[in-house]
Design a protein around this ligand. Structure first.
Ligand SMILES: Cc1cc2nc3c(=O)[nH]c(=O)nc-3n(C[C@H](O)[C@H](O)[C@H](O)COP(=O)(O)O)c2cc1C
Length: 564
């Protein structure tokens, strides 16, 4: 038995989850005071590692966002430094600098709790024109790659000279813990899910696929990325290895190869210290990180057929390959500027979190259903990246959607989950399908009622949970998943982050805007739904609506050379 599978590990993870719940009577343990001037450096650098500047060429791509869902229409780019530059420019790069009074801060294509950005990315290249074989750390500050490790040619390299592009993600938990204390580990995991989604969409613009290598263990990944190298992090905050993906124009029926064997010839660079004077320590974060490290496992065979089966299960009448059917002509209020035809390269970089919503606006019915449709597991973008069973289901708090009564709705993302949710939640919920709902969408009204106030209370009293068109909770199949494999604790949050990234981008395309909500009262949400026990737990909340923009904040180009 692997150490990470012991009942003790499971108990540790469940205990972490329990103690990091925000409760109406007290928030999870965090710092009592924050000195904003002492925020940890959001940019990791490896001092002494040679840098390669990446080109900024995303503006040359005109593929509309809509076209990403029809991959056959996008000719795959060859993998080279130029294309890698675009991939990162559209996923993890800075997308703008913001200024308000004396404050200036960077925002990125990928969102992050508190804009603290704990996620680090490493590019592993093999036979890529313009890039020596090795591991490179991506620095979004100047859009460059720093050579961390040069790989020596292995026996495989002689016989196989095919191109390989891999990206490994890691988290610097301290960046989040500095502000959020013990709950920070959860936010780091959400951010990994968002980063995965950001990479998937950016890859699609280049006509590429993304494949998660679930077989690799956390320990192996730490070795590959070099985050286990004590000397390179002497006196610097450590990184936790999270996820490895391979990226390229591979067909989805052709599983991309596992990371080929390599010989690490030489490592370069010393990690910079991010916070010279850390005030607090949250040892429980290190404990849960250790408890959720993944053992090596056999790769799961993702097949298009399995994905098709899943959606077919949702509705016997609608096969998954059928694109979203035309939506009924319903009154739509008011008409918001639609952005679906914007170049994807523009849309991915203009994604922002709404800070305030306009309560006078109502979301049109068609956009609402399109947003829900986009989170259903399919074998198309971005769900082709997720080879695991869908384990998260949506509970929606509908406030202002044309043609739909305000109330609580459920969207089980898997046919089997509907019955389980029904049994686990309040027995007097109605479970009726809205009359105007497209037949393939598994949306059910549980109760019709004004729910703005309760949504606001559950969302740590944040107005964004109440003032938009709708907000939602993501309910995870929790204890059964963790009992089978405790390390999937991280994966549940990744799935939540991925759903969040879909909502962010689809909302942007619909001319509205979303915001992730990590601050919510866990058990208040469960109680409202009648959930007892740990079969389902709410792992992430989200809100969508018409944004009110803060004109006082000015926006400036991401990089000196970039026109935006
Ligand atoms: C996991 C996660 C949790 C978040 N929680 C909240 C929240 O509770 N309240 C809020 O106003 N914004 C929340 N946000 C939005 C972030 O503050 C926002 O992403 C960040 O400031 C960067 O801005 P941007 O999304 O416009 O790039 C969250 C974002 C993420 C990814």
């Amino acid at each position: 038995m692997n150490l990470n599978d012991t009942p003790n590990t499971l108990a540790q993870i469940l205990a972490y989850h329990e103690r990091t719940k925000h409760r109406l009577e007290r928030y999870a343990a965090g710092p009592e005071a924050l000195d904003w001037d002492a925020q940890p450096n959001p940019f990791r650098e490896f001092l002494g590692a040679g840098k390669t500047a990446l080109p900024l060429a995303a503006d040359t791509l005109t593929t509309p966002f809509d076209a990403l869902h029809q991959p056959a229409t996008i000719a795959p780019y060859p993998i080279d430094l130029h294309a890698i530059g675009i991939l990162l420019e559209l996923s993890l790069a800075i997308s703008a600098w913001k200024e308000y009074g004396p404050d200036r801060w960077a925002v990125r294509c990928n969102p992050s709790s508190g804009n603290l950005h704990p996620t680090e990315a490493y590019v592993i290249g093999r036979h890529i024109p313009g890039l020596a074989n090795g591991v490179y750390h991506y620095l979004s500050l100047d859009h460059s790659l720093a050579l961390r490790c040069r790989h020596a040619p292995s026996a495989d390299d002689v016989t196989d000279t095919s191109t390989g592009l891999y990206i490994g993600l890691s988290s610097v938990a301290w960046r989040e813990a500095w502000k959020y204390g013990e709950r920070a580990f959860r936010y780091c995991q959400h951010d990994v899910g968002h980063a995965l989604g950001a990479l998937r969409y950016a890859a699609a613009v280049l006509g590429w696929q993304v494949h998660v290598h679930e077989e690799i263990s956390s320990q192996e990944l730490a070795y590959v990325l070099g985050v286990d190298r004590d000397n390179d992090y002497a006196n610097a905050e450590r990184e936790e290895a999270e996820l490895l993906v391979s990226i390229g124009p591979a067909s989805k029926n052709n599983l991309p190869p596992a990371l080929p064997p390599f010989i690490a010839r030489e490592w370069f660079g010393q990690a910079n210290r991010l916070d010279p004077h850390p005030m607090y320590r949250w040892p429980v974060i290190d404990e849960v990180a250790t408890a959720t490290r993944k053992p090596g496992t056999l790769p799961m065979q993702w097949t298009a057929e399995r994905a098709a089966e899943r959606v077919a299960e949702q509705s016997a009448s609608e096969p998954s390959s059928t694109p979203l059917p035309p939506l009924p002509a319903l009154p739509s209020l008011p008409s918001l500027p639609r952005a679906k035809h914007l170049p994807a390269a523009t849309l991915l970089r203009q994604r922002r979190s709404a800070q305030h919503f306009d309560r006078a606006q109502t979301l049109d019915t068609a956009s609402f259903y399109r947003l829900l449709d986009a989170v259903l597991p399919r074998d198309t973008l971005p769900w082709d990246v997720w080879s695991f069973e869908p384990r998260l289901h949506l509970i929606l708090f509908v406030h202002r959607v044309a043609g739909l009564a305000p109330g609580i709705y459920a969207l089980p993302r898997d046919a089997a989950a509907k019955e389980n949710l029904r049994q686990a939640m309040q027995q007097d919920f109605a479970w009726t399908k809205p009359a105007n709902c497209p037949s393939h969408l598994p949306l059910y009204c549980l109760i019709e009622a004004p729910v703005s106030k309760i949504a606001r209370s559950i969302g740590c009293h944040q107005a964004i949970a109440a003032d938009g068109a709708f907000s939602l909770a993501m309910l995870a199949e929790f204890e059964p998943t963790l009992t089978a494999a405790p390390w999937r604790y991280r994966q549940l949050f990744w799935e939540a982050g991925l759903i969040g990234q879909v909502l962010y981008l689809e909302a942007e395309a619909a001319g509205v805007r979303g915001t992730g909500i990590g601050c919510y009262f866990d058990d208040a949400c469960h109680e409202l739904l009648g959930l007892t026990g740990k079969s389902f737990q709410s792992l992430y909340h989200f809100t969508v609506g018409s944004p009110l923009l803060d004109e006082r904040i000015s926006s400036h180009p991401a990089y000196p050379a970039s026109p935006r």
